[in-house]
Write a protein that binds this ligand. Structure first.
Ligand code: ZN
Length: 259
């Protein structure tokens, strides 16, 4: 179905049948998932009552799975300010998360920078800087979300153990630059916008989730995977967040190319 979207003063068209999922499917009782800190896997079993195990494979009339998963550490998820600020809204309370103007960019992280970061880092770190971002031509009128694909990009991200291979992270200057561009939603294919270990400060999260010292309604989506078939550029984005009264929920972002 072709949909006309008026955004600011411009008219755009997308085909709702041609969206691309940029999430990592969650596998249960299977180690083929990304891992960050927690090395356990998402688990499932089936609800049992009165001697019936509600699983088709056990002869029941339907499947009723019970799951146990670490939302932040094992797959694509979206988080709200409540992740780091007790007064922040739950992720399920964040409104208007469909047809968000967004730009997909691909970045080759740098190995050194003199930009600000709130914690010590080492020569082995890979860093996404304001310098990189400011050299990419971005349309400020189409920047409610930014989708960051780190290079190199391949399918290994779907099963990466980030305890062994630490991910690239953003400088504080890069996050401030993104905010200044009007971005309300960051999506990234790493497990965090902060360093693997920043002494527990989550400084970039605090910058992005705070306006005038109060929690805002921004979101961060981590552990996405953007197929190489998607070209950098403008898309409309639907975040597809489960409505949880928590700081985060699994999500299934879909991007729609502008025709
Ligand atoms: Zn998270």
């Amino acid at each position: 179905m072709n949909i006309q979207i008026k955004h600011n003063s411009n008219q755009y068209e997308i085909n709702s049948d041609e969206g691309t999922a940029i999430s990592i499917p969650v596998k249960f009782n299977d180690s083929q998932n990304p891992k960050f800190y927690d090395t356990g896997n998402p688990e499932k079993k089936y609800y049992s009552s009165d001697g019936i195990e509600y699983s088709l494979s056990k002869g029941a009339g339907c499947n009723v799975p019970l799951i146990n998963m670490n939302i932040h550490c094992s797959g694509t998820h979206t988080e709200s300010a409540n992740h780091v600020l007790s007064g922040g809204k739950f992720i399920g309370e964040i409104q208007n998360t469909n047809f968000i103007s967004s730009q997909l960019i691909s970045v080759q992280p740098e190995s050194s920078t003199d930009e600000d970061y709130h914690a010590a880092y080492s020569d082995n770190d890979k860093i996404i800087t304001k310098n990189i971002l400011s050299n990419i031509e971005l349309d400020k009128d189409f920047m409610d979300a930014i989708i960051i694909r780190t290079l190199p990009n391949d399918e290994s991200k779907k099963t990466m153990n980030y305890n062994n291979a630490h991910h690239p992270f953003l400088t504080n200057d890069a996050v401030r630059y993104i905010k200044e561009m009007g971005v309300k939603h960051i999506l990234i294919d790493t497990p965090s916008i902060d360093r693997y270990d920043d002494d527990g400060k989550l400084g970039n999260h605090h910058i992005f989730f705070t306006d005038n010292e109060k929690p805002n309604t921004n979101t961060i989506t981590e552990l996405i995977f953007v197929p190489n078939s998607c070209e950098d550029g403008k898309y409309f984005l639907s975040l597809g967040i489960a409505s949880f009264n928590l700081d985060a929920a699994p999500s299934s972002p879909i991007i729609y190319k502008i025709k």
